[in-house]
Design a protein around this ligand. Structure first.
Ligand SMILES: Cc1cc2nc3c(=O)[nH]c(=O)nc-3n(C[C@H](O)[C@H](O)[C@H](O)COP(=O)(O)OP(=O)(O)OC[C@H]3O[C@@H](n4cnc5c(N)ncnc54)[C@H](O)[C@@H]3O)c2cc1C
Length: 401
């Protein structure tokens, strides 16, 4: 099977329509602080209006199979379109492709029973509710290593009772549907199970919205306390003990969709830098004519393109039915670094303007810092890669699929 990253006519049609939508509706409002909420994201009422426009233009949930109301793009097609969306800081939420709904929808479409899809997935696809994935715990609980999870689900007849504490749960402040991971036994591989619960169920609360350094997703990053939440067994996702399996199915593609979006932010940063250095006169010529500036732009563009190729390759492997574990780890680490490089370069080349709030660069700079942490810290992905290199030997370097 040969690798071909050339977008099909259909994908190119989506891409160009997203580009036009972003240029017409999103970029002109990004720097207007009145369109933002208290956490530097787009106001929810305005988001609803823009989402309605995106839906009317069929630019909605491109990532989901058509049977669930999506457009059925493959992962390579998604790479092309997600990058285009996130050239605006508000893009992914408008097209219903933002984390964590994006990953939650994709995993529910893959592993939930049809009745669960009707109850838990459909309202997210329709944009009626938002969702969260609830895994990480405060020390000494689950973080990089989920095997030390302390939140428990204890079976009582046909229900499960949850006790424990979670934190950094993105979107929990506005989410209605939650995917929760909890310990159901001490078995090393099969000790964790996934569940679905609704915001309106009693037995849990949001203790606090954790203040962070960057702009926030809607609903923030919250700390949750579970003190007797009861979940009927019918709301268990997959089998008892399949929690880590569910997490792997969700997290692989979700990590890659982070990469696709972050590439858009990296590109946008370099676009802002390009526009400035093409105009700004310094020491008798345009900034762009100075060799030092050219090296900075060239280096950053090269890193973004390398990270983009790694993302496309991982996407292509997923499209072939491969888990692409190593490829996703490489892409996740490289894109996080390329985004930092791109936005840092852009701020530097914009001089004082880069440090101001007159462009979106400072927003992207603060947002970017999470990229080396979320969905697996870079060091953990390198550990995974190292294990693969050592275990696979020459096979790690094989050509082709
Ligand atoms: C903005 C943001 C949003 C998030 N959203 C969610 C969410 O929606 N749901 C959710 O469940 N979680 C979420 N998280 C949590 C995130 O997934 C965890 O932060 C991540 O898995 C790391 O876990 P930890 O913070 O406990 O770090 P730790 O496990 O304590 O690790 C700390 C650091 O140690 C290093 N390290 C760890 N293990 C190794 C190793 N084996 N080798 C070398 N170095 C290592 C890394 O540098 C790592 O950053 C979010 C986090 C952030 C910052």
């Amino acid at each position: 099977m040969s690798i071909d990253f050339q977008p099909s006519e259909r994908v190119e049609s989506f891409r160009s329509r997203i580009e036009a939508f972003v240029a017409e509706h999103l970029m002109p409002i990004e720097n207007d602080t009145s369109v933002r909420d208290d956490h530097e994201n787009i106001r929810l009422d305005l988001l609803d209006e823009l989402r309605a426009k995106a839906r009317a233009q069929n630019l909605w949930c491109l990532q989901l199979p058509e049977q669930f109301g999506g457009q059925g793009l493959d992962k390579v097609g998604m790479t092309v379109c997600y990058e285009e969306m996130n050239r605006s800081i508000f893009g992914p939420a408008v097209f219903n492709s933002a984390a964590p709904d994006d990953g939650n929808m994709q995993v529910l479409a893959k592993v939930a029973r049809p009745d669960q899809q009707e109850r838990w997935l459909k309202p997210i696809v329709e944009g009626k509710v938002r969702s969260s994935i609830v895994m990480t715990e405060p020390m000494p609980g689950a973080g990089s290593d989920p095997s030390v999870m302390r939140t428990t689900a204890t079976r009582q007849g046909d229900k499960w009772v949850i006790h424990g504490r979670k934190w950094f749960i993105t979107g929990a402040g506005v989410a209605q549907h939650f995917i929760l991971l909890a310990r159901t036994s001490d078995d090393k591989r099969k000790g964790i199970t996934a569940f679905l619960f609704d915001r309106d169920q009693p037995g849990w609360e949001i203790v606090r919205r954790i203040p962070i350094m960057g702009p926030e997703e809607h609903g923030g990053h919250c700390e949750l306390l579970f003190d007797g939440l009861e979940i009927p067994d019918e709301n268990r996702l997959m089998g008892v003990g399949d929690g880590l399996k569910m997490a792997q199915i969700r997290l692989g593609p979700a990590r890659l969709t982070h990469c696709m979006r972050w590439l858009g932010l990296a590109r946008r940063s370099l676009e802002i830098a390009s526009a400035y250095v093409a105009e700004r006169e310094s020491f008798g010529s345009k900034l762009a004519a100075h060799e030092g500036v050219q090296w900075m732009m060239g280096e950053a563009a090269m890193q973004v393109q390398m990270a983009r190729l790694l993302t496309l390759h991982a996407a292509w492997k997923l499209d072939q039915g491969d888990r692409a574990k190593s490829e996703i780890s490489m892409a996740k680490t490289a894109v996080a670094d390329a985004l930092h490089k791109a936005v840092d370069t852009a701020i530097q080349l914009n001089g004082a303007r880069g440090y101001s709030k007159d462009t979106v660069l400072e927003w992207i700079y603060r947002y970017a810092r999470q990229a080396r942490l979320v969905d697996g810290a870079s060091e953990v992905h390198k550990m995974v890669l190292s294990s693969a290199v050592l275990a696979e030997g020459a096979a790690f370097w094989r050509w082709g699929a």
